[in-house]
Each structure stands twice: as C-alpha cells, then as structure tokens.
Design a protein around this ligand. Structure first.
Ligand SMILES: *Cc1c(COP(=O)(O)O)cnc(C)c1O
Length: 411
C-alpha cells in the first residue's frame, strides 16, 4: 500500500527491508567468516560410506554435488526467500530458466496456461512457440481486464501467469483479482516480479503461489551477472528445483550467487533512490510538449494509479514514454533521435542496473512479437523504455530534456 507522501512511503519501505537485505536468512558460516565463502568445489567428500548413503537417501544434509546444491548458492536462496517473504526460494541460471523451469517443472503435457498479452518478449515467445512442443499451450488475454481470463479458461487450464507492471507498458494486473480467479478455478498463480522487485511489490503476501525473477536485473543490481529466482512454498519450489536445477541442469554458479548476494546488500538503498528518481522523471516528462504519453504508475494519469497504490509498496524504477512526432518526422524517427541524443542514459537492453538504460522497444526487445500483438499490447512505435539508475536525478532530467529538445530542433 502506498499512502500519503511518496518520499515518506519509499523511505519507510527501504527501512523495512534494511535489515533483511543484510541479514535475511543468515545461518552459521564456516571459518568464522562474516561474509559467505565462495565454494567452487563441484563435489563434496563423504566422511564414510554411511554418510554417503545417508546423503543420497536424504537422511542427512551432507553436500553431494554442485548441480544438486552448493553452500554459497543456498545462502543466497535463504536471503532471497526472506526478501520475497517466501517459505523457500531456488535459484536458476537465468530468469528464463526460472520461468521455463517453473512451467515445465509444475505442469505436464496437456496443461493450458493463461498469460498476459503485454509481457517480457522472451516469456511470450516461450509460451507461444516453445512450450507447445512439450504439450503446454497458452491463451493470451488482456490482463488489465480480469473478465478476459474467464473467456480464456478451459478444462485443461492449470495456471494464470501474470507480470505486473508489464514490460514495457507498465500496465498493471490486479493481483487480488488474479488470486480470486485462480482459487475459484483451482489454478496456480505465477507472477514475474522482475519489473516491480520485492521493494515495490510482494505478490506472495497477496496470495500468489510462485514468484519468478530475473536476478540479472535489480536484485543483483550491477549489470554483471545473469541469474534467476523461483520463490514460493517449500513444496512448489522443491518440485521446480528437482526438475529444473537438478534435472535440466539450469544451475546458478557459486560466483554468480556471490555477486547477486553482494548486490542485494544495497538493494533497499538502491531501490529507494531509483524509485524516487523515476517518479520525478515521470512527472517532468508528462509535462513536456514533445512527449505524447508517459507510462508510470506514480502518475495520476496512469489508468491504474489507484490499483498501484493498493497493491504496491512503491511505483517502481521503470518509466516508459512515447515521443511525439517532431514536425516533418514520424514518432519512430523522433524517438530514435531522442535515443541518439542521450548522453548519460546508456542505450542498452536489460534493466535494474546502477546506470540508467534506455531502449526503443518496438525495434529491439519486442521486435520478435508479431506487429499486431505488439500494438494490442499497447507498445507504440515511438515508445522508449527507461530503466532509471542511480545517477543524480537532476543530471538525468537534464540529459532527457536536452535529448528531447535536440530531437525536435533537428526537424
Ligand atoms: C530480463 C527479464 C526476464 C528474463 O531474465 P534473464 O535473466 O534475462 O533470463 C524475464 N522477465 C522479465 C520481466 C525480465 O525483465
């Protein structure tokens, strides 16, 4: 819930998470180390035959082999579970491994999934093109309109997959409505919480069954690692871990686990600042004559601003805006000119980095989406997606305003 003054709300959220990000899920560490050792050993020595047999039977907790479990990775998983308010969390080699691994790990051939039209493009492609080869089919429905789920429902439906805010339009899904719909029809709700991050939203607390993340993004936060997370009940996470990590082998490396954990220690501080700057940029852009539309849940003009206040802790650090066509040019050309005139914001994919990143969605991240699907998902040709970083807010504001001015005066 976001009530009252936004500055106070995000400060309070950062304070709430401040101890969890440093100590959440901590257990004893070997050697008296205060910091988790990076254990690179791929196999672990057994003291005797009984210990080995017990490890395989699960009657003792001895480490066996890197794909089955690793102390550095487990340390991170405990912290991630604490951060997401989950009973358990498993890490994977990437966000896509978490998403594909959750669906393949939990469902058999013949299962049907309902997913949003507006979502991370590789997830959409997984559901549209790849999972049907394994007998898992998907109907895409407008997640901003819960009645569309009713129409997509079949007797084979097993899951409602949601992504809120959605990439890149920042359209919201009503999480309470999704959970109520799923309960009524015996479905699991799986939520991609990458865009919001646990700073801005905790879907498990609202009744969602499984949260998936790309840890590549704001959780690690420094743009130097690829990883994924699956969080939820002990039982569901164990099933995904068995299938995806042990079985398929989509395991996170101990080095990557260390980097993600190191990133998490400053997660609350980073998110507080990025969320503050994002709201400021959204307000500035919304008042600019060269900007046709700004998508950010903080704005009263966002069609689901009230819902954002209800189900989020903060409005997030992702901002999307549609550049208006400059005289004598179209929106796409003008949008590209803005991109090319940005000096501080880096033109690159990914998000949640310390540096501000910007992409033109239609020609890059969402270019694999069929054009009509892209338009149905609300991704305008001139849409630029901004992942707000940790630079000075005034410096970023100046950079964006200067780029807009140049794009227009070049006409
Ligand atoms: C990046 C991203 C993914 C995929 O994660 P990878 O770590 O790149 O595999 C999934 N969902 C969302 C919303 C993302 O931003």
């Amino acid at each position: 819930m976001i009530a009252g003054n936004y500055e106070h709300a995000i400060r309070a959220r950062a304070e709430e998470l401040a101890t969890v990000v440093v100590h959440g899920g901590d257990g004893p560490l070997p050697y008296g180390a205060t910091d988790v050792p990076i254990v690179l050993s791929s196999a672990f020595r057994f003291d005797d035959a009984a210990m080995a047999a017990g490890a395989f039977q699960g009657t003792n907790e001895a480490w066996i082999y890197g794909r089955w479990g690793n102390p550095t990775v487990e340390h991170l998983e405990h912290r991630l579970a604490a951060l997401e308010g989950a009973a358990a969390a498993a890490t994977t080699s990437s966000g896509m491994a978490a998403i594909a691994g959750t669906l393949l790990g939990l469902f058999d051939a013949g299962a049907h999934v309902i997913a949003p039209v507006a979502m991370y493009a590789e997830s959409a492609r997984l559901l549209r093109e790849r999972l049907p080869r394994h007998g898992i089919t998907t109907t895409f429905a407008d997640a901003t309109d819960p009645s569309s789920w009713e129409r997509a429902l079949t007797s084979a439906t097993r899951a409602l997959y949601i992504e809120t805010p959605a990439n890149p339009t920042l359209a919201l899904t009503n999480i309470a409505a999704a959970v109520a719909f799923a309960r009524a029809h015996g479905l699991l709700v799986i939520a991609d919480n990458t865009f919001a991050t646990p700073f801005a939203q905790t879907p498990l607390a609202l009744g969602v069954d499984v949260v998936v993340h790309s840890a590549t993004k704001a959780l690690s936060g420094h743009g130097d690692v690829v990883g994924g997370v699956v969080a939820g009940s002990e039982e569901l996470v164990a099933r995904v871990r068995e299938y995806t990590v042990k079985g398929i082998g989509a395991v996170l490396s101990p080095m990557s686990a260390f980097l993600i954990e190191r990133g998490i220690r400053t997660f609350a501080l980073r998110q507080e600042q990025a969320n503050r700057t994002a709201a400021r940029l959204a307000t500035t852009l919304a008042q600019h004559p060269a900007v046709a539309r700004v998508h950010h849940p903080s704005l009263a003009s966002h069609p689901q601003h009230a819902l954002a206040r209800e189900q989020m802790h903060a409005f997030g650090s992702m901002v999307a805006f549609e550049v208006a066509a400059a005289p004598g040019a179209d929106a796409l050309v003008t949008g590209r000119r803005v991109l090319e005139n940005l000096a501080l914001a880096t033109h690159a994919v990914s998000l949640g980095d310390t540096r501000t990143l910007v992409v033109h969605s239609a020609s890059t991240t969402h270019s694999t989406m069929p054009a009509e699907t892209r338009r149905a998902a609300g991704i305008a040709d001139g849409l630029l997606r901004l992942s707000v970083g940790l630079e000075g807010a005034a410096d970023l504001e100046r950079d964006v305003l200067r780029a807009l001015e140049r794009a227009w005066s070049a006409a």
